[in-house]
Design a protein around this ligand. Structure first.
Ligand code: SF4
Length: 225
């Protein structure tokens, strides 16, 4: 499995924000978001092949961590994720999978952190623009993941105009309001601050959870933290 980075940190996003967690970041993605915050796993995929045994050995080096996050890139495009997730669960860890929800695999997972990509993610690129647009929403995959796993739906929001699309996806999944987390798009403090101001109000109006990006507030855009 091609891995961009393995690191021990705290979860920065979603309902487990703040929980000490081990991160296994796969490199490779079937999408190309215009604002991708890990372009070293998508636009220019970097990393090295690691065996499952090697990954598990690294995990065992952190016995105090009870949570592990499989992220990317898009971890669900790798067939190895099925065995890896099962081994992690057998080792007694709480497994979160962070995915854009375009691919289904029968993984072992305690929390599916689904982040379907909205129209604001489509890049202005002659090759990847149409490909991304055609792939970014897969209703059948979304329905299956939300019916078979505990989940959260986490959206990257750029403007209040994104709301209609979020509500359409919520209806598609039959998700209650508390499953919906809205996160401001942005990788620098001032942008996040400016977008958070109106996004918090939107959350209050609609009963959605506001999701800050704790890791960016703490570490900025540094890798491996
Ligand atoms: S799905 Fe995630 S990793 Fe892939 S391009 Fe979009 S933001 Fe980047």
């Amino acid at each position: 499995m091609k891995i961009a980075e393995l690191f021990a940190s705290i979860q920065g996003e979603g309902r487990l924000a703040g929980v000490p967690s081990l991160f296994i970041r796969a490199s490779g993605c079937n999408l190309r978001c215009a604002w991708c915050d890990t372009p070293y796993t998508s636009w220019r995929s970097e990393g090295e092949e690691r065996t499952l045994d090697g990954i598990m050995e690294w995990v065992r080096g952190f016995p105090r961590f009870r949570h592990v996050v499989l992220t990317g890139g898009e971890p669900m495009i790798f067939p190895e994720i099925v065995s890896l997730s099962k081994e992690l669960k057998q080792a007694g860890l709480h497994v979160t999978i962070e995915t854009a929800a375009t691919v289904f695999q029968p993984v072992a997972c305690d929390l599916m952190s689904l982040s379907p990509k909205l129209a604001n993610s489509t890049p202005d690129d002659p090759v990847w623009g149409p490909r991304h647009e055609q792939r970014r929403l897969q209703p059948e995959v979304l329905r299956r993941l939300t019916s078979e796993y505990d989940y959260q739906l986490k959206f990257v929001v750029q403007s209040p105009g994104d709301l209609a699309e979020i509500q359409a996806i919520q209806a598609l999944c039959g998700a209650s309001d508390e499953k919906i987390l809205l996160m401001p798009e942005g990788i620098d403090g001032p942008t996040l601050e400016q977008r958070s101001a109106w996004l918090v109000e939107l959350c209050k109006q609609h009963g959605y959870r506001f999701a800050p990006r704790l890791h960016i507030l703490l570490y900025g855009q540094r890798r491996g933290v």
